[in-house]
Design a protein around this ligand. Structure first.
Ligand code: PYC
Length: 325
């Protein structure tokens, strides 16, 4: 079982300095920064530990994912001992504005990091997340296939007026996070249009909020997924706006899961058929679905690379130790 934080000898009450060992990776260009040692000592169940981190240690999230130590494109992860000792790890993902339910690229990064550390071998690993248990198969060639939580289309062909742009129609879907998935956006999905894609998606998300369009039980829709024509060998290209005003460099594992659920609901995709989706920078995830007892279970495959093994130093006398706030 993995997930215990090794005690960090440098965290003492005599100094104001805390050291966090983090391992950085990227999955299809999207970074993940995992705390490996030196994090807070949390106790209780998986859910208790999440609540404690969010309520008492939130500034570590900010320290990890924002300036001056990082940038807002960083997705952070905290290893948490899982509820069940048969699971490999538990994880809480977050970014510069808050917490994620699940994170596909981050899970691929986590598994790659644990393998890089020699803590796991190729095979199947079950991982606890705030939205349920996912499984991740580490292949011998380094690719990772994440079998996500059941994903579903929540609302079909929802229209919203986006000031300055007009009516936009899309589906609301769950893939471990909430997405508004849209094909009729009228934008060009090209890297040279990134600024306008971000601006449009931010306004679209705000329009959804202003119109009271949510996921189940009033959950805010915090991800926007725009779809467009694919390059050679792919079925689609996407642009995904994440919480905050940053876009996913990868093709977004949870977004691809949500999209596959919509395609299945429309009868446009079938179990076992391979879906190759390109991100806005051109990196590719492959997805397939299984249908079990009427539920759509997506599996997303991608690859991550470790980019750094570092010690972050948090000195309490540094006025910007916990971000620029
Ligand atoms: O891959 O699921 C994902 C993801 C969510 C936010 C950034 N990446």
């Amino acid at each position: 079982m993995i997930g215990m934080h090794e005690a960090s000898p440098s965290v003492t009450t005599q100094t104001t300095e805390q050291r966090l060992r983090v391992i950085d990776s990227h999955t299809g260009g999207e970074p993940t920064r995992l705390i490996i040692a030196g994090g807070p000592a949390l106790t209780g169940s998986f859910d208790d530990q999440i609540t404690a981190f969010q309520s008492q240690h939130d500034r570590l999230r900010v320290a990890l994912c924002t300036e001056p130590r990082a940038s807002e494109i960083c997705v952070g992860g905290l290893l948490i001992p899982p509820t069940d000792s048969h699971l490999t790890a538990g994880v809480l993902f977050f970014n510069h504005v808050g917490y994620l339910g699940m994170c596909g690229h981050g899970t691929i990064g986590l598994v790659t990091t644990l393998a890089w550390l020699g803590r796991i071998a190729p095979g199947t690993h079950r991982i606890e997340t705030p939205v349920g248990i996912v499984s991740a198969e580490l292949h011998t060639d380094g690719r990772v296939s994440v079998t996500n939580v059941p994903s579903y289309r929540y609302a079909h062909r929802v229209s919203v007026r986006v000031p300055g742009y007009g009516m936009v129609t899309g589906d609301v879907a769950w893939g471990g996070n909430w997405f508004f998935i849209c094909e009729d956006h009228g934008r060009t999905l090209d890297r040279s249009h990134l600024q306008t894609l971000v601006a449009f998606s931010v306004d679209l998300r705000q329009a959804l909020t202003n119109s009271g369009i949510t996921g189940a039980q009033g959950a805010p829709i915090d991800h926007i997924e725009l779809l467009g024509p694919a390059g050679a060998g792919c079925d689609a290209k996407n642009f995904v706006l994440c919480p905050g005003n940053v876009y996913d460099r990868s093709a977004c594992g949870t977004g691809t899961s949500a999209r596959l659920a919509c395609l299945v609901a429309e009868g446009r995709w079938t179990a076992g058929k391979r879906y190759r989706v390109q991100s806005i920078i051109g990196s590719v995830f492959e997805g397939t679905v299984r249908q079990i007892n009427g539920e759509v279970i997506p599996t997303i495959t991608g690859q991550a690379w470790v980019t750094a093994d570092s010690t972050l130093i948090l000195n309490q006398s540094d006025p910007y130790c916990f971000g620029l706030t």
